[in-house]
Design a protein around this ligand. Structure first.
Ligand code: SF4
Length: 461
């Protein structure tokens, strides 16, 4: 089979990163190898995001560029996948006739056969979104890599490129229909993977040398609620899955994302205390501090209820690192509503947050709301929020100075070393002192910066 080159560009969230990994692996069976230069590729895949207008614009401008490239390389194939593909479907092909294949978020496992059908039948759009979608099993093919201290093993894949931390998708889609969000329309109804498939994948990763796994879904708290995931059909919750995954031999660290606060149960809160390798770090998107706006967003919790859950988390894990998502300028948001978001920031003092200006998304209820906030006001509010968040992040990071933190080494080089604490903070340190990437070491924190910490390996502990 003649070797062909594919180039994949991923936009957006971890879910898309993961889907790109699935598409890349499936192509190896069709004579493709991955290339790093779009201009040399026989196949270009854009795995797209439509969570905000800006994300969609980026895709369309890259497709504009590829139109010119394809004029000089007519045999090049262009495939658009991900949420813009799902959202736009045939409209995208009409607008961008140089695209050969538009595939939706539930069709990525069929990329190979679909490309072959394009060769025979010409350009295609395949974006069916099924309510009874059964997520196929996926076992990543990783190079064998053993962390630890036997020199010989270190000569396999160089440590600096091996990923010791991996994402594992546990579910797809969402049933919450927050009024600003496209996910239910682009990823469909909530579907949970079978627990045995997830456990098998995590075992495969750990056997290949992966030390840390993050369980991934749009709303992991509702795992196993909409379809049977346990072999015997018995009820099986996200906390059950956490316990089983955490007991996999050799798994050093466990994380999960993303959670909707309305589905955060006491059982799940207790998991942070009871599940031995579950990291003391939690991303809990609140979006706004105003009950009026939370109601218009259809988030189904109040600011007080959110603060109550944060208080409970601190009761079980006092030093848990909390991060969140914030939208400013949601339709109808008044100065007072925004002030309540700032009050909530002061009350929780998040270690960090992802904050964005509201933008209309096709098909969402909020896009039909008429009291839109002026763009200038949105920008002002975002700047105010981010300035205060940066101040708080620096203060929270300074709390680690003098402490010894457990760090998973990600990189060791002559120019220094880098790793991540169990609270998900990036740490830079002078050298690895005989350790290698993949090792988990104690690091004494000596300096706190805005977005990272500095330390030195502490061999005394
Ligand atoms: S819970 Fe998250 S993914 Fe689901 S609709 Fe709301 S914002 Fe979107």
């Amino acid at each position: 089979m003649e070797q062909k080159i594919f180039y994949i560009k991923t936009f957006g969230c971890q879910m898309n990163e993961r889907d790109s990994e699935i598409m890349a692996q499936s192509l190896s069976g069709y004579g493709y190898v991955e290339g790093m230069d779009v201009n040399e590729a026989d196949l270009v895949i854009l795995n797209t995001c439509s969570i905000r207008a800006k994300a969609e614009q980026k895709v369309l401008s890259l497709l504009g560029y590829l139109r010119k490239t394809k004029l000089s390389r007519p045999t090049m194939k262009i495939c658009v996948a991900g949420c813009v593909a799902q959202q736009e479907g045939a409209r995208l092909l009409a607008r961008m006739p140089h695209v050969d294949l538009v595939i939706g978020t539930q069709n990525i496992y069929n990329l190979g056969p679909l490309l072959e059908s394009v060769d025979k039948e010409g350009s295609r759009v395949v974006t069916d979104l099924r309510d009874d979608y059964d997520i196929p099993q996926f076992l990543p093919k990783l190079p064998q890599r053993k962390s630890g201290h036997s020199g010989k093993d270190r000569n396999l894949q160089s440590p600096s490129t091996f990923q010791f931390s991996k994402f594992v998708t546990i579910m797809q889609g969402c049933n919450n229909y927050c009024t600003y969000c496209v996910v239910p329309y682009t990823r469909g109804r909530e579907m949970s993977r079978k627990a045995k498939d997830i456990l098998e994948e995590v075992k495969t990763l750990v056997e290949a040398g992966v030390r840390e796994v993050t369980l991934l879904g749009q709303n992991v708290n509702s795992y196993g609620r909409t379809n049977a995931v346990a072999g015997d059909g018995e009820p099986y919750s996200f906390s059950d899955l956490l316990k089983e995954v955490s007991n996999i031999d050799g798994l050093a660290r466990l994380r999960f994302t993303t959670s909707n606060p309305k589905d955060l149960t006491d059982d799940l809160v207790r998991s942070f205390r009871d599940v031995k390798n579950l990291c003391p770090q939690f991303h809990l998107p609140v979006q706004s501090g105003s009950d009026r706006i939370l109601g218009r967003m259809n988030r189904k919790y109040t600011a007080a209820e959110y603060l109550e859950k944060v208080k409970k988390l601190h009761e079980y894990i006092p030093d848990i690192a909390l991060t969140t998502d914030i939208i400013v300028g949601f339709p109808g948001e008044s100065d007072d509503d925004f002030q309540q978001t700032m009050n909530l920031l002061e009350a929780v003092r998040f270690h960090g947050s992802f904050s964005f200006k509201y933008s209309d998304r096709p098909g969402t209820r909020a896009s039909l709301f008429d009291d839109k906030v002026d763009e200038g006001v949105k920008s002002e509010r975002l700047a105010v929020f981010q300035k205060r968040q940066d101040e708080i992040s620096l203060l929270r990071n300074s709390e680690y100075v003098g402490l010894v933190k457990s760090v998973l080494i990600e990189e060791c080089s002559d120019n220094g070393a880098k790793g991540r604490t169990d609270t998900n903070h990036i740490v830079h340190f002078p050298d690895c002192a005989g350790h290698v990437a993949g090792d988990i070491v104690d690091v004494r924190i000596v300096h706190a910066g805005q977005h990272s910490l500095r330390g030195e390996i502490d061999n005394k502990h």
